[in-house]
Design a protein around this ligand. Structure first.
Ligand SMILES: [Fe+2]
Ligand SMILES: [Fe+2]
Length: 213
């Protein structure tokens, strides 16, 4: 665990045979939000650390970008520890989570919507995520300037605790058809993302990015 940016804690697993890193993040704001639940195994490992950071404050939100095990697998682990926690996700993700038997309060959001609560000011963009370009989400927290990118801006390598510097426009421009293999959806995503101006990109995989101006 590392405080990788102001009040933003990174929890990571590095997988050497794949040269691949999986991250999840706790923004210990008031209220607190977790970006990605991680897999069940990761969630069980990081829960005690999260409890230590939050003390007797609750975890209010878990942001679920899309329905894959690294994003949503650990939801039940956090729900047991924080029974009042709510998941923020797209409509499709909400349906899929229900289908998987996850019975939890879900706040459904669409791109261009926002959620304001205390220090949190979240704005969302639709994210056509793998595996079937389904409607997921990514989001920026405007008070801190932190953008959670899920599988976008992904790099291979051991990204545990490591940050690189880059321009937001370049990172958006470099999102390739490998990530979003549909020209129209890719262009829409890029247009939406260029409305954001983050200071820091908390990536789901690889190296976090300090945004240069
Ligand atoms: Fe994914
Ligand atoms: Fe991922």
């Amino acid at each position: 665990m590392k405080e990788i940016y102001k009040n933003l804690y990174q929890f990571s697993v590095y997988i050497p045979p794949m040269d691949f890193t999986i991250h999840q993040y706790l923004l210990a704001s008031d209220p607190a939000i977790l970006f990605a639940a991680g897999t069940v195994q990761q969630a069980e490992t990081v829960l005690p650390e999260i409890q230590k950071i939050l003390g007797d404050r609750g975890l209010k939100y878990i942001f679920i970008s899309h329905n894959e095990s690294d994003e949503m697998g650990g939801i039940p682990v956090f729900q047991r520890a924080y029974p009042n926690v709510s998941v923020i996700c797209s409509q499709l993700t909400a349906r899929e989570l229900s289908g998987l038997g996850i019975n939890i309060d879900m706040i459904v959001k669409n791109g261009e919507e926002n959620l304001k609560d205390g220090e949190l000011n979240l704005k969302f963009a639709n994210y056509p995520s793998e595996v079937h370009l389904q409607n997921g989400l990514v989001c920026i927290e405007e008070s801190s300037g932190i953008f959670y990118s899920a599988d976008l801006m992904l790099r291979y390598g051991n990204g545990v605790g490591n940050t690189i510097k880059s321009k937001w426009e370049d990172e958006v421009g470099n999102i390739s058809e490998e990530r979003v293999p549909n020209k129209r959806k890719l262009e829409n995503l890029k247009t939406d993302l260029l409305n954001f101006a983050p200071c820091f990109v908390a990536v789901g995989h690889g190296y976090c990015i300090e945004c240069e101006v």
